[in-house]
Design a protein around this ligand. Structure first.
Ligand SMILES: [Fe+2]
Ligand SMILES: [Fe+2]
Ligand SMILES: [Fe+2]
Length: 417
């Protein structure tokens, strides 16, 4: 069902844009690595364009684990020593949350020397060797600038790098001096061209959109369970209110993406165990406009409209635009209410959780003052316990998945360290 709301091309742009919001240097590094990898695969001659494009997306995400495990910047220096944590976390993240399946393992081994990877029984071992090469090339190239030369890579042929991969690199550079293009930053058009060949299935788009939501958990796990509760509350409400399939879908995707702008907010503010000052509060509020810019032109406008209204209120007291009832529909009201309720029910570092009685009182007052849409809010209050029970179950399931991921992390770590 995701197919009507976002094109394959825009899905890739949205992934890139999200990476960029999280960290510009990592995003740029990742695109360059993807470009080098694409050039190598192309030179090899045995890959279809869409296969090259798929590997490019994987390369775009190869350092995703660094957002969880370390100071992100450390991964971009060639003396980075502790490369295992981000490799393992990135691998597990992609294995569970992206459509890459077996290919995710490329990320697990992307800092491992050829002497250790050469005998791996792994279907994508050669692509792994190429990614490794692309990764180090970009890091060395950035570090050494004009002093970088092919001989530096060649020196490690057979130890760090696969000789076959190194030979392919030499051939690729002879064919087309793409290092020059990286240097002048003129490779963007070629990247665009490759990306035109990406053809995602409905299921893949759905998975990528969910993956973007899970990015928020790389910095703060409670954000994922919170969003999953919001999705669940809003879904129950759309059912009780008999909305049509299209409206249900739009609300679902808006709920899924409504807080991805938080990826741009400094993480120390997200869970600060104190009351924030005005300036800090305003900074957090920018997450809505940031999300709007991230999504603009990429996903259906209807979804963007619902998502950007999630902190608006029907009496005009919300943000960022202070929209009033006449500019909003019950779709906006459903997400607003779901977001409010899920937040109110949760304990925050700076306050306790609200009780059911307090929430009901607030909502009743909100109906009277015109803050909340009466029909949506009444429907929620009528089914309060059922809706909340389902939402909590869903959030618990998300937590279990995380625990599984972390358990796996330890297993993989012990097997490789
Ligand atoms: Fe990297
Ligand atoms: Fe890395
Ligand atoms: Fe929000």
């Amino acid at each position: 069902m995701a197919v009507e709301y976002i094109t394959s091309r825009n899905m890739i742009s949205l992934i890139y844009e999200t990476m960029r919001v999280m960290n510009v240097s990592v995003a740029h590094h990742s695109v360059r690595v993807g470009y080098i990898l694409a050039k190598l695969l192309e030179c090899r001659g045995s890959y279809e364009k869409y296969e090259i494009a798929d590997f490019m997306i994987l390369a775009m995400l190869h350092d995703i684990g660094a957002f969880k495990t370390d100071d992100v910047r450390k991964q971009l220096t060639y003396e980075a020593k502790r490369t295992l944590p981000h490799s393992i976390y990135g691998y597990l993240f992609l294995k569970y949350l992206s459509p890459f399946e077996e290919r995710s393992k490329i990320v697990l081994y992307h800092h491992m020397d050829y002497t250790k990877t050469k005998d791996l029984d792994f279907r994508y071992r050669f692509e792994l060797e190429l990614l490794k090469l692309a990764e180090m090339m970009d890091i060395w190239y950035k570090a050494f600038g004009d002093k970088f030369e092919y001989a530096m890579i060649n020196k490690y042929s057979g130890t760090k790098f696969d000789p076959e991969a190194v030979a392919l690199l030499q051939k690729a550079i002879e064919n087309d001096d793409f290092l020059e293009k990286i240097k002048d930053n003129t490779f963007g058009d070629e990247v665009d061209e490759y990306e035109d060949y990406v053809l995602l299935s409905d299921g893949e788009k759905e998975k990528y959109l969910k993956m973007l939501m899970y990015f928020t958990g790389l910095r703060d796990e409670s954000m994922v369970s919170e969003t999953i509760s919001v999705i669940s509350v809003s879904r129950e409400l759309t059912r009780k209110l008999n909305l049509n399939e299209n409206d249900k879908n739009e609300i679902y995707y808006a709920a899924l993406l409504h807080d991805i702008g938080m990826l741009a907010i400094p993480s120390q503010l997200l869970n600060a165990p104190r009351n924030l000052n005005e300036e800090e509060k305003n900074l957090i509020k920018t997450h809505v406009e940031i999300m709007e810019k991230m999504l603009e032109g990429k996903i259906s406008d209807n979804i963007i409209k619902i998502a950007t209204a999630h902190h608006e209120r029907f009496d005009g007291s919300g943000y960022p635009k202070g929209l009033k009832a006449s500019y909003m529909t019950n779709k906006d009201a459903i997400l607003q209410l779901s977001e409010y309720v899920v937040n109110a029910m949760r304990e925050k570092p700076y306050r306790r959780a609200y009780t059911k009685k307090e929430i009901t009182e607030n909502l009743n007052n909100g109906i009277i003052s015109g803050q909340y849409d009466a029909i949506v809010t009444d429907t929620f209050m009528k089914h309060f316990d059922d809706i909340i029970e389902i939402a909590e179950d869903k959030a618990d399931m998300a937590l279990i998945m995380y625990q599984k991921l972390l358990r796996n992390y330890k297993q993989v770590y012990n097997s490789l360290a």
